[in-house]
Unconditional design. Structure first.
Ligand code: 13P
Ligand code: SF4
Length: 304
């Protein structure tokens, strides 16, 4: 912490001068999560918070699609992303043409698009979802066939929760969660009996099956806080366990984890630089933003 202290102090001073609010995803490093964030949360929580920001500037400590979502929902604010290259394998897997292709293949079926996508893709979709509300959104669609893009594993996991729908999906995946295998989890459990295994729904369905619980990053935090198991393995990004470990001294976080190279592009140094220079403002074409806002707002209204 000593090496982070000067950055944390400088950012917190500059944040006040700029009338800025820092929204940080649960995958940010502990020095960002605990040192400078005003609000922390999962994708849905951050999207809802973005609508309520009253300051002049939002600094999005997360990946580019999250900053775009904040800009779409609160367009009069300056939304800074400390590194424009903080992308996402899911967002990169599909374009608006891909949505059109799915619509042509399944005429009349609504398109439910994960928030991990560009504004153009959201604009071409009927409604968005996050990992915390995907099943609820799909259930609410007035059609037996529902197109889910771009995460095939989230879609397959939702298909099992909502068997009354025929769900078809795009072939995208998250490079962090697709690496886990059910075999890893079974072996870990065998050698570490009593471990509560908790997987994010971007993991393949057999991995989710091998876990005791599956939920969004916010859902995972709620579950571990409520259950306080002696040993917990979080089958998700590494910073999750680091960020909550201090608040849960009775829980031993065990097992391997995977790092998201995109999330890890956001550092204290880059946050300070973006607040200092006000560079890295995210812009969304107003016509695209208007259409994307309809899809995101429909999701927020349905999740309320
Ligand atoms: P949630 O925080 O909504 O669970 O999303 C996880 C994720 O991978 C974001 O990129
Ligand atoms: Fe994208 Fe996966 Fe990284 Fe989240 S963890 S930003 S879904 S690559």
């Amino acid at each position: 912490w000593a090496i982070h202290a000067p950055y944390v102090a400088a950012i917190n001073t500059l944040k006040k001068e700029r009338n800025a609010v820092i929204l940080a995803h649960n995958y940010m490093t502990p020095e960002i999560y605990h040192g400078i964030a005003d609000v922390v949360g999962d994708s849905l929580q951050l999207a809802v918070e973005a609508t309520q920001v009253e300051g002049d500037v939002i600094v999005q400590c997360g990946v580019h699609f999250m900053a775009e979502t904040s800009k779409i929902l609160n367009s009069s604010k300056t939304v800074l992303i400390p590194d424009m290259a903080a992308g996402c394998s899911l967002a990169e897997s599909i374009t608006a043409e891909g949505i059109a292709e799915m619509r042509a293949k399944y005429p009349g079926a609504p398109v439910v698009t994960y928030v991990n996508t560009t504004a153009e893709v959201k604009a071409a979709s009927d409604i968005c979802c996050t990992s915390s509300n995907a099943a609820q959104i799909v259930r609410a669609m007035d059609s037996e066939t529902v197109i889910m893009t771009p995460d095939k594993y989230l879609a397959q996991n939702v298909a099992r929760q909502v068997p009354e729908k025929r769900i078809v999906w795009w072939d995208g995946s998250c490079i962090v969660h697709e690496q886990y295998t059910a075999r890893d989890l079974h072996e870990f459990r065998e050698w570490n009996p009593g471990t509560r295994i908790i997987a994010h729904p971007e993991c393949p369905p057999d991995v989710v099956d091998a876990a005791d619980f599956s939920g969004s990053t916010g859902g995972i935090i709620d579950y571990v806080t409520r259950e306080q198991p002696e040993k917990a393995m979080l089958v998700t990004e590494c910073s999750m366990a680091s960020n909550i470990a201090d608040a849960l001294p009775g829980v031993d976080f065990v097992g391997p984890c995977n790092m998201c190279p995109y999330m890890k592009k956001i550092t204290l140094e880059k946050v300070l630089w973006s607040l200092h220079t006000m560079q890295g403002a995210v812009e969304v074409d107003p016509a695209i933003a208007d259409r994307a806002r309809v899809a995101v707002q429909r999701m927020i209204d349905l999740s309320a």
